[in-house]
Write a protein that binds this ligand. Sequence first.
Ligand SMILES: [Zn+2]
Length: 325
Amino acid sequence: MQLSVKNYLSFLLLALLPIISFAQWLDDFKAHTAYLASDALKGRGTGSAEIKLAAAYIAEQFRQIGLQPQADGSYYQWFHVPDYTEKEANVIGIIPAAQPTDRSMVFTAHYDALGTSESGGEEDGIYNGARDNAVGVAALMELARQFMEEEGPRQHLVFIATAAEEIGTHGSRFYVENPVFPRDEITLCINIDGFNISGPRADYFVMPRQGVDFLDEIQSVAATLGWVYNPPDWIDGMNTNFDTASFLAKGIPAFTLWTGAQLIGGGQAEPIPFGRIHSPEDEINEHWNWEGVEAHLRLYKRIADYFLERPNGITVTDPQLFVHE
Ligand SMILES: [Zn+2]
């Protein structure tokens, strides 16, 4: 094949386009994370003025993506948190199903963190909540964007950036009591709390692995993308630690999915010295490696696509496991 200079240039451009747009996409993803985790938002504490800035940012992103607000025209679902004067808001964006249905699939990621404390030592006293969970909110918005680019889904999709998770999963509990679509028809809650910023990884695990009947199916789906299922035993102590518990305790299937430490091609990654979560150390720093983000997103998306098409429901076999003491 002969290529003229002009043809050659357009050929080159076409070949580069996916690289350019991927770079742009990753820049956007990083920018969402960086804004939410910035010192300006002072740790997105429940009751703070700054968490309202985070809520406004997420609502504006939902609007730009093309998600629909609730019936009252608002992206905010306000609720009262015990012992706080200020109301908090779940930020909710919807993609309606292509055909009439009452079924909905819910996607959650909490956007609150632990605010600020008196600074001590080298730290600035701001609990930035970067891994927990600014990056998860960025992932939630990106999943929403990907679904928006497709044909209308078979179920309603409800994307919820939940509030007041860190002080008692209040936002998700409020949603379960006040859902946009009937609670009995929520087929699944896919939760993002923490995300892979450790670089490319081969293995993953699902929380919970007890009290639900859909682990085998997730493993089959994940295997089609080459992922290795590798659950550590400590996850069984985390049954009530996430927004998922609000759903699971009511008998609604829900899960969170983390990646492990296996490297692609074999071997274990060395532990990465990220700052501790729930401390001022949880900031974006030089240890963050964004190369695993896209694969983690693709895994979540593939599983969501699978369960959206599944004709019959999956179940929570032991809701009691997820009831807070
Ligand atoms: Zn969290």
